[in-house]
Write a protein that binds this ligand. Structure first.
Ligand SMILES: *Cc1c(COP(=O)(O)O)cnc(C)c1O
Length: 380
């Protein structure tokens, strides 16, 4: 659902998406773009179409219903539903829409096998839990799963997958190595049993930082959208070639002086320490621009950083433009109603990176993209 009552504008730079994808095809022949959750707010069908000409063999989404949406948008590439089938409609959709689903526990596998006896053969992916403790079979269950599949030849395992819990933390390299070893053991068991499976382990951070985890294919989410999973760590350089695909802007509604000693916005949580000029920007928490940015975040106007003053409101946020007004307080020519304020990206040295915004917001770039991406988007 797109937020359609506001003036916030999300620009998606599809060239940057393609650029980021190509950074990874240099590391591994097979890259699976993860375009779940509406492509992290970048648009499911649009992200798919932008990358389709790049030779993508598989797209990854979340639930099976999202896989169906992607299929219905015209995508005829293999689609992997990472979260697997949840209900009977999802199970039926695997055949109806030719979806490869990750199966992660016995109950699910039995239901799919039962459906296969009526619907015919199906390729499946198997998810093993090597340490994330979220979804997946225990590696100890690999023998049981293999026996079950031998008894149910309608189901063909084409992929064995697992998810790394802390690949983005250089200090946790030993945990990643442990997950790799457990995963590799499972893959070998499947291959020894005669199943020709694709070994698929690494997310963005695993792909960039842990060469042994690259294996047959990569699952790439955040880095494809230009977020650096190693931002703020000693491995930050590994993500330095990535270019953010999303920019977000909103119009300045009004510009006026704020005298020394005057408070601004609800609760007057900011009181001017000097005679100032403020710009009121038409963006707030109803546009998924978090209230936690109050008195903390910054915007970019005309290439300069301007700090948020007081509380972020439902559809408005005040910023301090005193230092970019040029001629002094009486001259409001520097910033005018209708000018664009950039919440993410924007021109010049004041450009706001996804990591900047996520830091002020006290979250991660993933959440920033998913939330701001619910606004009206245009594609460049
Ligand atoms: C979301 C997701 C990914 C992508 O992770 P990034 O850190 O965004 O690269 C990969 N695998 C699974 C199972 C996921 O759920």
């Amino acid at each position: 659902m797109t937020i359609n009552y506001n003036k916030l504008q999300v620009d998606i730079h599809l060239d940057n998406l393609r650029h980021n994808y190509r950074v990874f095809t240099k590391l591994c022949d097979s890259v699976i773009p993860v375009i779940k959750s509406d492509a992290y707010g970048h648009g499911l069908a649009e992200a798919c179409r932008a990358l389709d000409g790049e030779g993508v063999g598989t797209f990854g989404v979340g639930f099976v219903n999202e896989a169906v949406l992607l299929r219905q948008s015209g995508c005829d590439t293999r689609i992997l539903a990472l979260l697997g089938p949840v209900d009977d409609a999802d199970i039926a959709a695997l055949w109806e829409h030719d979806i490869l689903a990750a199966i992660s526990h016995m109950d699910q596998l039995e239901k799919v096998a039962k459906a296969a006896s009526a619907n015919g053969p199906l390729n499946i992916a198997l998810k093993f839990d090597t340490g994330m403790r979220r979804l997946g079979f225990s590696p100890d269950a690999a023998d049981t799963v293999i026996d079950f599949l031998k008894a149910n030849p309608n189901l063909t395992p084409v992929m064995v997958s697992s998810h790394l819990a802390s690949a983005d933390e250089p200090d946790h390299a030993a945990n990643v190595a442990g997950q790799f070893v457990r995963f590799n053991g499972v893959v070998e068991q499947f291959r020894d049993a005669g199943f020709d499976v694709e070994a698929n382990l690494a997310n963005s951070a695993g792909s960039l930082g842990h060469e042994i985890c690259r294996l047959d294919s990569l699952r790439l989410g955040i880095s494809m959208y230009g977020g650096n999973p190693f931002h703020g760590t000693e491995w930050a350089e590994l993500g330095s070639k990535l270019k953010p695909a999303m920019e977000v802007s909103a119009p300045v509604l009004q510009v006026h002086p704020l005298k020394k000693g005057e408070g601004i916005s609800y609760g007057w949580t900011h009181v001017a320490e000097r005679d100032s000029v403020v710009a009121i920007v038409g963006a707030g928490y109803a546009d998924c621009y978090s209230r936690s940015l109050s008195n903390t975040g910054q915007m970019n106007i005309n290439g300069h950083r301007v700090p948020i003053l007081g509380r972020v409101c439902m559809q408005m946020t005040a910023v301090d433009v005193t230092d970019i007004m040029g001629e002094g307080l009486d001259d409001l020519a520097g910033v005018r109603p209708g000018d664009m304020a950039w919440l993410l990206g924007g021109p010049g040295p004041g450009t706001i990176t996804p990591e900047d915004l996520a830091g002020w917001w006290n979250t991660i770039t993933y959440e920033v993209f998913c939330l701001l991406g619910m606004n009206q988007r245009s594609y460049k």
